[in-house]
Design a protein around this ligand. Structure first.
Ligand SMILES: O=C(O)CCC(=O)C(=O)O
Ligand SMILES: [Fe+2]
Length: 265
């Protein structure tokens, strides 16, 4: 989506108007765009859905320049209790040792289960802190609170400075964090342990693929050299042979190398 409009991820997130247009194009739903770049709260659904078609399309569009397929990085419920202090501002991509600004690794989605208010722990997001700005120098601009209600979701890049706000109210603020990462990264939560084959086989093929039951070319995340979704078929024959899952350029390179060794090749 972003690519088709000729904009890089960072340019796109710098341009609220573009995000608005993007959401209108793919959302066909009411879209609330905050008056600052990077923070976009989208009317989606309640209860949260993994994957939500609109959210998935946005995450895939943003991460497509760097991977074939995306994966679930985490699905986690977070409660901010009355009296809780502000969370340390952080960038979620810092869980990996990355070079800030070179690329994006993660799109995070926060789904409120209770209203997020300025005084009850709504996530704080620092505008213009993402992408090439994600250096050790943190912005002097104040954060903005993602005030939203169940039915909306907050989307932000893994390079964006953010954190849960302090809860000065007398009620618990509850939300669910769902992260989508590049398909070849080590995810925050070990998806195969969280969703072993006996559980994942009850998922839709789309969800099973998102939690790791598919390979990322070339051959990443295979089981005995095959797509791990073969584990959904019951007893797997120990003698199954490996089947390569290569990118087209790798297929071509291997085919040419093999042909070159044949007599007359
Ligand atoms: O719950 C929130 O508002 C943010 C939580 C968060 O950023 C985190 O746990 O990494
Ligand atoms: Fe975070």
């Amino acid at each position: 989506m972003i690519g088709s409009a000729g904009l890089g991820v960072h340019d796109a997130f710098d341009r609220v108007a573009f995000i608005h247009q993007l959401a209108l194009e793919i959302g066909r739903r009411q879209v609330i765009v905050a008056a600052v770049a990077i923070l976009t709260a989208v009317r989606v659904s309640h209860p949260p859905r993994v994957p939500h078609p609109l959210v998935r399309e946005v995450a895939e569009g943003l991460l497509a320049p760097w991977c074939d397929t995306i994966q679930l990085n985490v699905a986690q419920a977070i409660a901010v209790h009355p009296g809780a202090l502000q969370q340390v501002p952080h960038r979620d991509q810092d869980m990996w040792r990355v070079e800030p600004g070179a690329m994006e690794y993660l799109v995070n989605v926060i789904w409120p289960l209770t209203p997020f208010e300025a005084d009850n722990g709504a996530t704080l997001v620092w505008p213009h802190s993402h992408g090439r700005h994600a250096t050790s120098h943190d912005p002097d601009t104040p954060p903005c609170a993602a005030v939203m209600a169940p039915g909306s979701a907050l989307l932000f890049l893994g390079s964006t400075l953010h954190g849960a706000g302090p809860n000065r109210s007398d009620a618990v603020r509850r939300g669910v964090v769902v992260g989508y990462a590049l398909g070849w990264l080590k995810p925050y939560e070990n998806q195969w342990l969280a969703y072993p084959p006996a559980v994942a086989r009850t998922f839709t093929p789309e969800l099973a693929a998102l939690v790791g039951y598919r390979q990322h070319r070339p051959n990443l995340g295979n089981y005995e050299g095959q797509c791990p979704s073969i584990l959904f078929g019951g007893d797997v024959d120990a003698a199954i042979g490996p089947v390569d899952a290569l990118r087209p350029d790798q297929e071509e390179m291997v085919a040419a190398f093999v042909a070159g060794q044949r007599p007359g090749g």
